[in-house]
Design a protein around this ligand. Structure first.
Ligand code: PLP
Length: 392
């Protein structure tokens, strides 16, 4: 059975060019970049190149890039690092209700340590209002953290405007750009961010490696203590092979983003139109005119998404819901419920996320499968309706 992967917001396949760049670092280039000898210098060279490649993708200086163990660590370092470096006791931070758990759970943990957090709501379209950010900022606000693009709906946030507000009010601004990196241009100067999170495995790089852009002069307390690696921001011998993969993935993304993005958007729009054409009662979650090119979050009213996912998987198609499993129970997506969907409605939503590996044939196959699967799921999810339709 041919398998079709439409869960690229969860992770992407490592590009062959990326793997090729990484392999020598598991062989001959094995030195410790901190060593003075030739082995160390070779490793330092490939590390420096990766830093330049990532800096180029973000339009930053190489020395503003800190390599980390992924998006989650970068988010933790940014939020915890800024709040713990802030002077004074009264401390407040502003974020939104639709952030990734790497941000929300970090903020919740800080609340236990006396930090006050404002979680801004979003409208039906899933967008944070800059005016609300401006109103939430207080005298003791140290940090604003709002993502560039949401991982569940793909909705783009008004980051540039929020950056202006942060600057006017003298507040540090962090943005989680994990989903945006490699899909839209990310210019740290233009966005007005002080800190920006990216993760390699969301743009065809390896898992377990990411970066945090830290604008020169931003005060940040490190999470780990040890050597002076990464300009004292992140102690520990650098994960050279993974970082080299991140760098190469960043370079590839920068080169092919425009071309791939256009093609992916066309496919996504076509897919969405066809789903709506072939199946009744479909709604699209998120603001249609301001979305990542690859993400389609659809609600199949009356059909439980978990059942659909299992049947799609049996047919070789991988996609996902935004629901999270916490303490054994499945919770509805916090993003969709923040957008005003009821828990029951949130359980009817599926996310299809495309990549440059997605073909029209892949989507055509899904379009062939979906109408029957949805009809069956709707019958199962609503036995009364089924009984009624049998009688009538
Ligand atoms: C995947 C993701 C993360 C976490 O990144 P990891 O590298 O998997 O830790 C953080 N934020 C967003 C928006 C994501 O999509």
């Amino acid at each position: 059975m041919r398998r079709i992967y439409l869960d690229n917001n969860a992770t992407t396949r490592v590009a062959p060019e990326v793997l090729e760049a990484m392999l020598p670092c598991y062989g001959e280039v094995f030195g410790n970049p901190s060593s003075v000898h030739g082995y160390g210098q070779e490793a330092k060279e490939v590390l420096d190149l990766a830093r330049e490649q990532v800096a180029a993708l973000l339009n930053s200086e190489p020395n503003e890039i800190v390599f980390t163990g992924g998006g989650t660590e970068s988010d933790n370092l940014a939020i915890r690092g800024v709040m713990e470096a802030a002077p004074g006791t009264a401390r407040h931070l502003v974020t939104s209700q639709i952030e990734h758990h790497a941000v929300i759970h970090t903020c919740q943990n800080l609340e236990k340590r006396g930090v006050e957090v404002t979680y801004l709501p979003v409208g039906r379209d899933g967008v944070v209002e800059p005016e609300q950010v401006a109103r939430a900022v207080r005298e003791d606000t140290r940090l604003i953290s709002v993502m560039v693009a949401n991982n569940e709906t793909g909705t783009l946030q008004p980051v540039r405007r929020i950056g202006e507000i942060a600057r006017e009010r003298g507040v540090v601004f962090h943005s989680d750009a994990v989903q945006a990196a490699g899909k839209i241009p990310l210019d740290t100067a233009e966005l007005g961010v002080d800190l920006l999170t990216i993760s390699a495995h969301k743009f065809h790089g390896p898992k377990g490696v990411g970066a945090l852009f830290v604008r020169k002069g931003t005060r940040l307390r490190p999470l780990f203590h040890g050597g002076g690696h990464e300009r004292n921001r992140r102690a520990g011998t650098e994960n050279v092979p993974q970082i080299v993969g991140l760098g190469r993935a960043a370079e590839l993304a920068g080169k092919s983003m425009d071309r791939d993005g256009e093609r992916i958007r066309e496919l996504r729009d076509w897919f969405e139109q066809e789903v709506q054409h072939r199946i009744p009662e479909i709604s699209v979650n998120g603001r249609a005119d301001s979305r990542l090119c690859n993400t389609s979050n659809l609600r199949f009213a009356g059909a439980e998404a978990e059942g659909l996912i299992i049947n799609l998987d049996l047919a070789g198609v991988a996609c996902s819901t935004g629901s999270a499993c916490s303490s054994g129970a499945i919770e509805p997506s916090h993003v969709l419920t923040a957008m005003g969907l009821s828990p029951a409605e949130a359980f009817e939503c599926l996310r299809f996320s495309l990549s440059r590996d997605t073909s029209r044939e892949d989507l055509a196959r899904v379009l062939d499968l979906l109408p029957d699967l949805v009809a069956r799921q709707r019958e199962m999810s609503s036995p009364e309706k089924h009984a009624y339709s049998m009688i009538s």
